[in-house]
Ligand binder design. Structure first.
Ligand code: GTP
Length: 362
């Protein structure tokens, strides 16, 4: 069984953190999203993962040396400076996928506990060309919802319908089971949106089906969603040994620390704090509801609440970083600086003055 994983997007909504890493390599509770995905594929008897990449993503994934869990991992690269969208990479990988059997396509920026074996079984039973995993959400108005016929056939998707008038609460979860006939529907050599160009055609022909499921689903495309998935999974995380926690420091669980984290004296960490490998936190520091990536140093008397801090960042003494702030890799926030809500700092930037309005410092 083969799965194609779409990973060649630009992640514009997660800038500036996505300037230095593709979304598929964002750590979720200290484990890259790709690793979570490969583990789930291997458990569901998939034996080959084809990564639909661009040049930069391919290099980044190879550098990371993610455990493969027995999967054969290959790469299908979009042409240089010609991103193929969400449908074009499927056509590009046609030879690699072959025409012998059904296959899976996954949006790489989604954390979805889909039972892949089940969706493929449903797909085969219906003799569909495409079967879309549909996730039930409380408020569908942010998404496109599926209008279904009685036999789970998808009639159409309706974008951002208000909750009261939406035909269902089922949204496209970004996981598809496809038959080789799909290749006939995707034009060659150009960017194609599978959602807007291919699925409507299949719906019209009555060969598009839905597979509803209720387990965990999160898109990590936006900063608040990224924090949310960390919050959701932190409960099952195990704090690594070899962490040094200073005297009178309070850990408000849940927290998740990777290897070689050290926290000084009289600090308060948590709830919902993820600290990456080699993060060092000083004395009298307060951190809650935040994710801090590896190698970052947080100095004494700093306070961080509801923020995402990149890799190798330096946070000076007595700084205050507020809700929705995103600090790019290797940035330096000097002593006594306040960053209020929703301030983004580009990678490697030095900040020595407070920023009191929401903006991006480039
Ligand atoms: P935003 O710019 O923040 O919307 O991010 P995105 O374009 O990376 O994400 P989007 O939700 O639009 O894409 C869904 C999935 O398809 C993601 O896993 C992307 O990595 C992937 N993807 C999007 N565009 C391309 C592309 O041109 N080529 C390839 N190979 N994958 C793509």
């Amino acid at each position: 069984m083969k799965a194609l994983i779409l990973t060649g997007g630009f992640g514009t909504r997660l800038r500036p953190l996505s300037c230095t890493r593709p979304k598929i390599l964002f750590p979720i509770v200290n484990k890259p999203l790709l690793q979570w995905t490969l583990e789930r594929l291997a458990k569901n008897n998939v034996n080959e993962a084809i990564m639909a990449v661009n040049y930069q993503t391919e290099v980044a994934i190879k550098q990371h040396r993610i455990p493969r869990h027995g999967l054969h991992v290959t790469y299908s690269r979009d042409p240089l400076r010609k991103p193929l969208g969400t449908g074009g990479p499927i056509k590009k990988a046609e030879k690699r996928i072959g025409h012998d059997s059904h296959f899976l396509v996954l949006n790489g920026d989604i954390f979805a506990d889909v039972n892949y074996t089940e969706i493929l079984r449903t797909h085969q039973k219906k003799d569909a060309v495409a079967t879309i995993a549909l996730h039930r959400v409380e408020d569908p108005s942010r998404y496109g919802v599926a209008e279904l016929a009685k036999d789970s056939r998808i009639k159409r998707f309706i974008e951002k319908a208000p909750r009261e008038t939406a035909p269902s609460d089922l949204i496209n979860a970004g996981v598809y089971a496809l038959s080789p006939e799909i290749f006939k529907y995707i034009p060659k050599g150009r960017a194609v949106s599978i959602e807007y160009e291919v699925f409507p055609k299949l719906a019209e022909e009555g060969v598009l089906y839905g597979y509803a499921y209720d387990d965990l689903w999160r898109d990590i495309g936006k900063p608040e969603d990224y924090l949310e998935i960390n919050r959701t999974l932190i409960n099952s995380a195990i704090t690594q040994p070899r962490c040094r926690i200073g005297k009178d420091t309070k850990l408000n669980e849940p927290t998740a620390f990777d290897k070689q984290v050290s926290v000084g004296r009289e600090s308060v960490i948590g709830p919902h704090v993820v600290l990456g490998q080699n993060v060092t936190v000083g004395n009298n520091v307060h951190i809650q509801d935040s994710v801090i990536l590896s190698g970052t140093a947080v100095s004494d008397f700093a306070s961080i609440d509801g923020a995402i801090i990149g890799e190798g960042v330096y946070i000076g003494e007595n700084t205050k970083i507020g809700r929705g702030c995103i600090i790019g890799d290797h940035a330096k926030i000097k002593d006594n600086t306040v960053l209020t809500e929703r301030v983004s700092i580009c990678p490697a930037k030095e900040i020595s003055e407070s920023v009191l309005t929401s903006k991006c410092i480039t």
